[in-house]
Design a protein around this ligand. Sequence first.
Ligand code: PRX
Length: 655
Amino acid sequence: MAAIKSILTETRVFPPAEAFVKQANVSGMAAYEALCRQAETDYEGFWADRARQHITWKTPFTHVLDDSNAPFYKWFDDGELNVSWNCLDRHLAARGDRVALIFEADDGSVTKVTYTELHARVCQFANGLKSIGVEKGDRVIIYMPMSIEAVVAMQACARIGAIHSVVFGGFSAKSLFERITDAQAKVVVTADESLRGGKAVPLKRAVDESLTMGDTSSVERVIVYRRSGGAVNWGARDLWWHELTQTQAETCEPVWVSAEHPLFILYTSGSTGKPKGVQHSSGGFLLGAALSMHWVFDAKPDSDVFWCTADVGWVTGHTYVAYGPLALGMTEVIFEGIPTFPHAGRFWEVIAKHGVTTFYTAPTAIRSLIKLGADLPAQHDLSSLRLLGSVGEPINPEAWMWYQQTVGGGRCPVVDTWWQTETGAHMIAPLPGAVPTKPGSCTLPLPGIMADVTDEHGGPVAKGHGGYLVIKRPFPFQLRTLWGDPERFKKTYFPQELGGATYLAGDSAHRDEDGYFWIMGRVDDVLNVSGHRLGTMEIESALVSNLRVAEAAVVGRPHDIKGEAVVAYVVLKGTRPVGAEAKQVAAELREWVAREIGPIARPDEIRFGDNLPKTRSGKIMRRLLRAIAKGEEIAQDVSTLENPAILDQLKEAVK
Ligand code: PRX
């Protein structure tokens, strides 16, 4: 495991305002501590209470935690439920007319859907899936733009017990192909095009391409939602969404499943080239989604308008767009576009337009919006806001302060939420009516989450010292396994060095004198670029699959807006290019990576060398490459390098 970086200090503390505390779902520190104590004294009883409170069960569970086959933990596994029924049907009687989704399209047009309407649409699509042979346990790939239909597709899968795997619409045909084949998907749901920032992205074309890349014979049908009306090629297995659904009944009896039945697979980057299929359960995941809405977002279903800006292609869009808000019967905004189109005030405009009360976004968006117009929020009426959230990467204290002061007017608590694709829901985050916040810290774990910072053997580290962020006890919303790869699941998350039962998050962190957590970044070869996880090995594999490239090493470099930038060191098969040639090859390789993985992985910078700095045993010295990328003086002894002379070449970035 890698070395830990240095630590910063931040002394500002913001206790929750009295008015907020008064109305909070968890009110005051004593209430938070009481919950923590209950979890400590009766761990299973604590989780059982929460699962009864937040989920409506078809068959109540009698088992809580089954750890007989650790780390393949099971929760509530003899209980039966349906996630879609919990998100829709259970609200119909009391709040069927309430708006569930407010869809804000790229061009600013708005479509609202009530719970009754959403229920009917989900049932129709679920019936459509059934009519083409989709059954419980089948995998459905969803490669869709942000849309009501994307949520409908996910909920419809949940309704019939099919396992969805959403692939972010910005991923390439090749990435899509890898996910389709790994999941052995029976159906792919897509759209003709997605519209973002006034530009059309041809999704159907990428699906067509992915299906020619190898053996995709598992795929029986491709369902196409007509978003833009753009031209598409049509094949024998293609079906229009509207044609599939128009004759379907508006009711569909849900398939009741065990709490342990997989709800979805979501692929995420790890430290090898192959993305990991993170598999979540139905009961545990739903509990995490609903509970964290209640605790961390202090959800008030009768009056809140919730807006999470994440795409459904990421876990944040699963938990806090497709499931969490609906599980509580809330009204939420779904946004198709980008923060800067048609102008840099778009986010603030949308908040004012829909009266958003709870806003959840990523530090990278906050930083870029500060840069584009720190005073723009003041031009909009943001008085509806009462709570602000941040997710995806460490938020720097300056951005936190701006968010709190300029967007939140100093009256809204800021919840910095640490969690991961693997944890399914918030893990370390302030309960806003209880826990005082500090800019840059995700504060304290949710009650019942036994988070800690340890050394590499699982031993304690002193306050203020960095170490590995771990979770010491299993929790209901954690991933169950990696799809098709239980060994990798065990090795990655429950390593023997930590005893085999402690969850290793892959982040480094430290705790301050108040026990607050400060996340310092990944300890593995995973980058966090604009809040998105990218494996350096994935980008390296993409580069070396280009015929010109002999060898490549990818590292991250701090970046003002994106958090981290991708820097690639490349050795070509021929001679090292210089001048105009270097420029041209670098441009070509950047596009190559964007095509292979997706535009988010496009290297910010490419540097060419005759070779790479290696130890005499042939190991690439990544630490050195990171230092060079940052423009740091090389303090380290380079005498063990096989080829110290190339360091000067690598200092030269292609402009
Ligand atoms: O490094 C942490 C960072 O994002 C990683 C998880 O990425 P992903 O699975 O894509 O999920 C992102 C959305 C939950 C973590 O290992 N991260 C996430 N939230 C925070 C964070 N780092 C610091 N502070 C956060 N609030």
